[in-house]
Design a protein. Structure first.
Length: 226
């Protein structure tokens, strides 16, 4: 290794520590991709081995721990998480695939949850009671969304405010989930309806949890973007 490479790697390490110092209490093994923006980062808690892909945007709210991301969770490129007065909690070993959006007040996502690309979890609705005031001026309301452990959400779904998705449920691609989903059920469509219940089967032997695809690079975000 050339001397300048060593110097560059030491400098990177120092900058890395400085960047992570403001991000959370436990941040070992965290990888953050290029052009990531963490807004209000003192309210964003990242667990160990969290990976955040390139171009993600995470908007912490206005109170401590308003966004928390559990150990081993991978947020792939171009995802957006945004809360203002509430909390978004993502559990351990989850994956949020490219172009997902999680927004609103109070979203609780359990452990081992897989969320495929282009899914929107929208825990808020515009108020539109009045006709004489623009919808944009009537404010928003939020009841919150709960997604329990081991749920698989297919690509391109919309999960609407007030919904609870029970443990082990599967949501078919392109579904709009408007009502609670029973645990271990398979639902699909718009609005999502029950297809069947999951039953114990003879699948392949369980292996390790799907390896995290490390989309996040170890490069530091450009100055001023974090
Ligand atoms: C829901 C899913 C898991 C299949 O579950 P399944 O229990 O094997 O369901 P089947 O394929 O036997 O289909 C059962 C019925 O549901 C319908 N169905 C299946 N998936 C559907 C979907 N996403 N939307 C609407 N209807 C769907 C089928 O057309 C079939 O209807 P029919 O009985 O009238 O013919 C699968 O269709 C799916 O949507 N996978 C998501 C894939 C994905 O997004 N991958 C991203 C990378 S992880």
């Amino acid at each position: 290794m050339l001397l300048c490479d060593i110097a560059r790697s030491v400098a990177n390490e120092v900058r890395l520590r400085t960047v992570y110092a403001g991000i959370g209490r436990r941040a070992s093994g965290v990888l953050i991709g290029r052009q990531v923006r963490l807004v209000s980062r003192k309210y964003i808690q990242l667990g160990r081995r969290v990976h955040i892909g390139d171009f993600c945007r995470i908007f912490g709210g206005s109170r401590p721990d308003s966004i928390s991301i559990g150990d081993g969770t991978v947020i792939h490129d171009f995802c957006i998480l945004r809360t203002s007065a509430g909390e978004i909690q993502l559990g351990r070993e989850c994956s949020l695939n490219p172009y997902c959006v999680v927004l609103g007040e109070d979203v609780a996502i359990g452990n081992h949850v897989r969320i495929a690309s282009h899914t929107v979890i929208a825990a808020e609705n515009h108020i539109f009671d009045r006709l004489d005031v623009p919808i944009a001026s009537q404010g928003c309301q939020s009841r919150g969304i709960v997604i329990e452990d081991d749920v698989w959400i297919g690509a391109g779904c919309a999960i609407l405010d007030g919904v609870t998705i029970g443990t082990g449920a599967v949501i078919g691609a392109g579904s709009v989930v408007t009502k609670d989903v029973e645990q271990f059920s398979v639902v699909a469509g718009t609005p999502a309806r029950l297809i069947r219940m999951r039953t114990a089967g003879q699948g392949p032997a369980p292996g390790p949890v799907e390896a995290a695809v490390h989309v996040a690079s170890t490069e530091l975000p450009e100055k001023g973007t974090v």
